[in-house]
Design a protein around this ligand. Sequence first.
Ligand code: HEC
Length: 156
Amino acid sequence: MMPKNLIITTVALLSLVCVAAEQAAKANTDKWDAPPEAAAKANPEAQNPGAPAAGRKLFMHACVNCHGEDGSGGSNTGAADLRRGETQTQSDGALFWKITNGNTANGMPSFASLPEASRWDIVIFLRTLKDSSGDNSAGPGEPKKEAPPNSDKQKQ
Ligand code: HEC
């Protein structure tokens, strides 16, 4: 009988579990996700017929340098391709939250200084970008990258 060995083994196993749990928790907080209550917010500009145009104007002014006119993201800025499924499947509230707060550590500025309605208008404009990714058209002079697996045409 070796109770001491057993205790040592148990302690070693427990600390392994702790390390794993800690890493899992850290990976979670590193992910840039809107909190659920922010993601659940409805877009108050949804019924405003002028919203896409207003959002477009703001986008061309404040976002185009990094994300490109078509939202594809500049290869030199590391800015996200806003047309891809990973972005488009996020709720209006989630995108609003990201535009508001930014992720400055990764190069996405905060646009909290823009009026709230303007940020919602931009979200509505972002929805129009996805249309430009389905037709396989790359930006001028840009070789078409392989389509991401979830970019297949969805049933509307
Ligand atoms: C200085 C460059 C820069 C500017 C200007 C900029 N962005 Fe970004 N944006 C980024 C980068 C870099 C990321 C990727 C951040 C990350 O993934 O952590 C990003 C990410 C995003 C995302 C998240 C995409 C996703 O899939 O989660 C959204 C939405 C977004 N930007 C919208 C905008 C809008 C709208 C504007 C203008 C109001 C804007 N950005 C201006 C650099 C920029």
